[in-house]
Every structure is written in structure tokens, then in C-alpha cells.
Write a protein that binds this ligand. Structure first.
Ligand SMILES: *Cc1c(COP(=O)(O)O)cnc(C)c1O
Length: 335
């Protein structure tokens, strides 16, 4: 299958399967899994935090961050398009009694600092307590500038807010900007990172933070059913995700650019190549086209899309330039 739906579909590499098969493991709820411990220590050190926690998913890592920064009746400020507002089932509200305060995302993915400032509630019994600012990078495939991150951190500090980053694809942001991941995580009190997207691990995310936050998060993780036993099997693949897959993302970015260029040659699809910054291409589909029907036919030919009036196509390790050519050819033939 040539699968453009997401980078979550990537298969674990051969090296990952080998490492998983021979991983040294223990009961991680007792703190006994050497591979999990090594992964957490490496991630904390590499990304500049006291501690790290290996979680079952990015959704869980974000939820743990929100529940560990905020108490019942607190709120977090985030973007309308934020994954941890829009795509995580309202978990912070349902499970944490934490209220989101979503604000408009600008075209570049940022939230205006003036909007953030205006949304911070004064100390008044009518209001939830604004506790946390949560940003996302990359967001919709777009990279936030380091200057913006620094300005957001200063704003949060001045208003005594904590600042969290949903960095599911922070490795894509770092590679796109040619900087170390730690340069982009330094502005935050906590960061979540997905290992199971472009980095090819089968399962798992990391939450990074100071010791107090990670201890709190570890307690919540257990309560939420995320205490995993011989999790070193998964951590072994996660280590390889961090050590062997980050630089490779540059290829995905090149391929996304190539895909956007090729799509530009198909009249029914509108693409702005200049807007492609990482591994995602967004294209406006002509409303004369039944894209759902087209996706059904392409599926029979082994090509998977998420049809929509604005369609997102994602490049990743299991999509080559050849695959993109195959897709464009099939699409043109159909049209
Ligand atoms: C995928 C994603 C998550 C959640 O990760 P899961 O492992 O799918 O739960 C969180 N934030 C962003 C920005 C994501 O893209």
C-alpha cells in the first residue's frame, strides 16, 4: 500500500524488530525495566530536562502534562486547531476537570501573543484559574519560529503560567530548521514527543519535564491504566527512533515538496508549494470532483488517501519518490 493518510502508518524498521526481539526487560511499574530506564534517561539528557516518562501514546503524554500542570478548576490556553484540544476527546475536561481556553490559530500556526494575553483570566471567583499555555510544533505541518517560542515563553513567565509543547512532530520542526531538537524544547516546562509517527517506532511517546512534574505524571499514568510491564520491548524500538530516524526526516520533507510540485500539475488540485515546510501537503480539491469516489478507486490500486475538500497528504519512511510518481500517474489516468 502507498499510504498518504498519516506518518503514523510507518512500519517499524528491521533494526527495530531485531532490537525488540532481544530487548532486556523488567517490570516497569516497579521501575525495573532497564531498556525503558535507558530510554527515559537518554531522552531527558538529550532534550535538556530532569526527567522523561515513556507513555503509550501522544494523547496520553499530553493528558498527563495537562493533568500534572493543572488542578481541578484550572484552565489551559491552546489553539483552536491544537491536537490536545480538538483531537483528544476532550480528555483534559473529562478526566482532569481542566477547562481548555482555545484561541484562533494564525495561518502560520501560531497564536497571537496579544490574544493569549487578553485571554489570561484575572484572579476573580467568576473565572477558572489560567495555569498553562500549550503550543504545538509542528502544527498542520508548519514550523513555529524560535523567536516566537522565546516570546511565548517570556509571556508565560511574566504571567506566572507554565508552558507546555505538544511536540508530537518536534523532530520534523528541528530538521526543517537545521537545529537540534533541544534548541526548540528549551523554551518549555514540559514537552511531549511522538515516536510512532515519522520516527517509525510501532508504539509510544515521551513526556519531558522537571522531576516534580514527571513524578506527578507517573502517578496519573498508573491511574489511567498506562503502567506497562515489560515495556522495554517497545522502548527498544523507541531508542532507535531517536537515534536513527531523526535525520532521515529530511527525505520526507523533500518528498512532500516533490509531491506538492507534482500535484500542481493536476488542474483539479490547488497547492501552494511554498507552504510545504515539513512532511505534509494540503491541497484544495475542486468541488467538481467526487474525491471520495476517487479515493475508493485508488484504494483498489493500493493507494490510500484521506479524502476531503482540503486534503492532507503525509510523506514518511514508507513512501518513496517512485510511490509519488505512481500516485500522480494513477490520479491523472482517473481524471
Ligand atoms: C498524533 C498527535 C498526537 C497524539 O498522538 P497519538 O499517539 O496518536 O495519541 C498529539 N499531538 C499531535 C500534534 C499529533 O499529531
Amino acid at each position: 500500500m502507498i499510504d498518504f493518510r498519516s506518518d503514523t502508518v510507518t512500519q517499524p524498521t528491521v533494526a527495530m524488530r531485531k532490537a525488540m526481539a532481544s530487548a532486556e526487560v523488567g517490570d516497569d511499574v516497579y521501575g525495573d525495566d532497564p531498556t525503558v530506564n535507558r530510554l527515559e534517561a537518554m531522552a531527558a539528557e538529550r532534550f535538556g530536562f530532569d526527567g522523561a516518562l515513556f507513555t503509550s501514546s501522544g494523547t496520553q503524554a499530553n493528558l498527563l502534562a495537562l493533568m500534572s500542570h493543572c488542578e481541578r478548576g484550572d484552565e489551559y490556553i491552546c489553539g483552536q486547531q491544537a491536537h490536545n484540544y480538538k483531537f483528544e476527546g476532550g480528555g483534559a475536561a473529562v478526566l482532569g476537570s481542566v477547562q481548555p481556553q482555545p484561541l484562533a490559530n494564525q495561518a502560520d500556526g501560531s497564536i497571537l501573543l496579544s490574544d493569549i494575553e487578553a485571554a489570561i483570566k484575572p484572579d476573580d471567583i467568576h473565572f477558572a484559574k489560567t495555569r498553562l499555555l500549550s503550543l504545538e510544533n509542528t502544527i498542520g505541518g508548519k514550523v513555529l519560529s524560535a523567536q516566537y517560542l522565546a516570546d511565548a515563553q517570556a509571556l508565560a513567565f511574566n504571567h506566572r503560567l507554565k508552558i507546555h509543547l505538544d511536540g508530537a512532530r518536534i523532530a520534523n520542526a528541528a530538521v526543517a530548521q537545521g537545529v537540534a531538537i533541544s534548541e526548540l524544547t528549551q523554551y518549555f516546562d514540559s514537552v511531549s514527543i511522538c515516536l510512532s509517527k515519522g520516527l517509525c517506532a510501532p508504539v509510544g511517546s515521551l513526556l519531558l519535564g522537571d522531576e516534580r512534574l514527571i513524578n506527578k505524571a507517573r502517578r496519573w499514568r498508573k491511574m489511567l491504566g498506562g503502567g506497562m510491564r515489560q515495556a522495554g520491548i517497545l522502548a527498544a524500538a523507541a531508542e532507535l527512533a531517536l537515534n536513527e530516524q531523526v535525520e532521515r526526516l529530511a527525505i520526507d520533507h523533500d518528498n512532500a515538496h516533490y509531491l506538492a510540485e507534482q500535484l500542481q500539475g493536476v488542474a483539479e488540485f490547488e497547492v501552494n508549494v511554498a507552504e510545504v515546510q515539513t512532511n505534509m501537503v494540503f491541497t484544495k480539491v475542486s468541488d467538481k470532483l467526487d474525491i471520495t469516489a476517487i479515493a475508493k478507486v485508488l484504494k483498489k490500486q493500493g493507494i490510500l488517501l484521506s479524502p476531503g475538500s482540503v486534503m492532507r497528504l503525509v510523506t514518511h519512511a514508507d513512501i518513496s519518490r517512485n510511490d509519488i510518481d505512481t500516485f500522480i500517474k494513477a490520479l491523472k489516468a482517473l481524471l
